[in-house]
Write a protein that binds this ligand. Structure first.
Ligand code: MN
Length: 266
């Protein structure tokens, strides 16, 4: 098994290296990561300038590493497309992120955004985050990722899978369980800070207070109850529950367009 490890906290982020070293014990590992922090860029791609890739001096024995001046998603795309031979990678692992990625966070998370690119290419992918931004304990998350790798090697998990893993920031003895969860309805209401740089006004988007959802079975609930959360994700955002309420809308809209066009012709 060859694993592509990436992150959104940048090539020097300690969490990624704890992860890479742990996975190296059971598999081949190649690191391809952004050259700087890219938290919050989701799965966006760099399309307006060319990307440069640098081979890093060996940062850990046995782990080749590259960085690029792009996003986490770019790192996965370029890594899978050029830096490893075709069909070489059996798993993409993104993290270990400093800070949780729960609920609607998955839509802006660079950690999840990178994993999505593996998933889009039919490669099992895992995003791993620890729910703290200070004094982060990476060890439990790294061990869990290694156990998941065993499952992928043994083929006991589906191939078409994207797992979003969040780990409480606690030593193992304080962790009360591992829950398979669904996404909470945690959303953030962004605040806008206004300022002036001496020449022009600026606006700075600041993540405000989240609207919390601690419903049992959600990822938020798991973390709040000192449990590891494992959420299987897919990329189908279709709101199936709304479909019936939209029945007939298409016919009506088409008629409306025809009516307007006739008015225009008249
Ligand atoms: Mn991050």
């Amino acid at each position: 098994m060859k694993i592509l490890v990436t992150n959104d906290d940048g090539i020097y982020a300690p969490g990624m290296w704890v992860l890479a070293k742990e996975l190296r014990k059971v598999a081949e590992v190649i690191v391809v990561a952004p050259d700087r922090e890219q938290s919050g860029v989701g799965t966006s791609l760099t399309l307006h300038h060319p990307l440069r890739v640098w081979e890093m001096p060996l940062m850990e024995p046995g782990i080749p590493a590259y960085c690029l001046d792009g996003t986490p998603a770019d790192a996965v795309i370029v890594g899978l497309g050029t830096l490893v031979e075709e069909n070489g990678i059996g798993l993409v692992v993104s993290g270990i992120n400093e800070g949780s990625n729960l609920g609607n966070d998955v839509l802006i998370s660079g950690t999840v955004g990178a994993a999505l690119q593996g998933y889009f290419r039919g490669i099992p992918s895992v995003a791993v985050s620890v729910a703290a931004v200070e004094n982060v304990i990476f060890d439990v998350a790294a061990q869990l990722a290694r156990l998941l790798v065993h499952h992928f090697i043994a083929n006991t998990l589906p191939k078409a899978i994207l797992l979003n893993v969040n780990v409480p920031n606690a030593p193992l003895k304080e962790i009360k369980g591992v829950e398979i969860t669904h996404l909470a309805r945690r959303t953030f209401v962004e605040l806008i800070k206004e300022g002036h740089d001496g020449r022009r006004k600026y606006y700075w988007i600041d993540r405000g207070k989240p609207n919390m959802d601690f419903e049992e079975g959600t990822d938020m609930w798991a973390i709040a109850n000192h449990r590891i959360s494992v959420t299987p994700l897919h990329a189908d955002l279709t709101n199936n529950a709304t479909m019936p309420a939209l029945e007939g809308l298409g016919v009506g809209l088409l008629q409306g367009l025809k009516d307007r066009s006739q008015e225009g012709d008249a």
